[in-house]
Design a protein around this ligand. Sequence first.
Ligand SMILES: Nc1nc2c(ncn2[C@@H]2O[C@H](COP(=O)(O)OP(=O)(O)OP(=O)(O)O)[C@@H](O)[C@H]2O)c(=O)[nH]1
Ligand SMILES: [Mg+2]
Length: 313
Amino acid sequence: MDGHDDILSRILAGETLAIARLMSRAEGRPGDVADIMADVHKNAGRAHVIGLTGVPGSGKSTLVHAMAKRFRADGRTVGIVAVDPSSPYSGGAILGDRVRMSDLATDEGVFIRSLATRGALGGLARAAMDTVDILDAAGFDVVLIETVGVGQDEVDIAGAAETVLVLSAPGLGDGIQAIKAGVLEIADIHVVSKCDKDESSRTVADLKSMLHLGSTARNHLGWEVPVLRTSAETNLGIDELNDALNNHRIHLVESGERVIRRRQILETRIVKTAEDLLRQRITQGDSMSKAVESALAGDKSPRQAAEELLKTL
Ligand SMILES: Nc1nc2c(ncn2[C@@H]2O[C@H](COP(=O)(O)OP(=O)(O)OP(=O)(O)O)[C@@H](O)[C@H]2O)c(=O)[nH]1
Ligand SMILES: [Mg+2]
């Protein structure tokens, strides 16, 4: 059994095996690694954490790949957290991601981790954020998180990044409309992918008019949310996206928004983790079955039973 200090120093030194092992433990049995994760968290905070979300098939993985290559060209190391969508229609994409990512897989400066959604048990957001912390503490310069912009958890995960990219693509059933309400608003940078396709000008125009109409959920303190066009096929817009990401980071620091953002991110993490812990506690033991029995017998309403259950904690 490795000692705590030994694991920590191996993580901080960026040792691949130690990183992968801690990720697995943090994902599966977070309670067992709470102390080490606390030290990992203390050592995190240097990486540029970028969240990328968009509807299934919008080109997220392809763009992540192109961005990772661009960062590597500047000598920056990259951690990638791919949150696999649980939706059945995207089931095939997981293998596709692996194949597409494979030329990065042999690069020592890139670490790719796929996280599986774990259905009703939840805990995905917590696990994703712990994974980001590990990569950050291990010294990766940029950490990219890819999530599908469909489930609330997935949107929250992408939203809990310093810089949030929302991807739209032409030809995906009225692309812009298909994206979950509220997702467009979390963007610091909008990207329209697949701009090698003719219909993409239409998508850009639709997006711009929607952004013009809607209010933004975030106070960006002077940051103008750009709408960028990319094509992973022709490499169009990848340099511009890289510039925008760098500019956004500078903006965060100079405007003071970074502190506000960190506060929001921590709040999300604490709420998500508290939800996890609470769910675990109320479903363990026999208090739950007692609560169900009392509701079934008509002695208590579901709400009264729930309140009673919380009192037993
Ligand atoms: N023409 C064109 N096709 C693209 C581009 N980017 C991605 N695609 C294609 O779009 C499809 C989906 O790309 P992915 O990168 O897997 O999309 P995703 O958003 O990660 O998909 P999920 O993970 O399943 O949600 C693939 O067939 C890609 O080859 C692009 O810039 N131009
Ligand atoms: Mg993908």
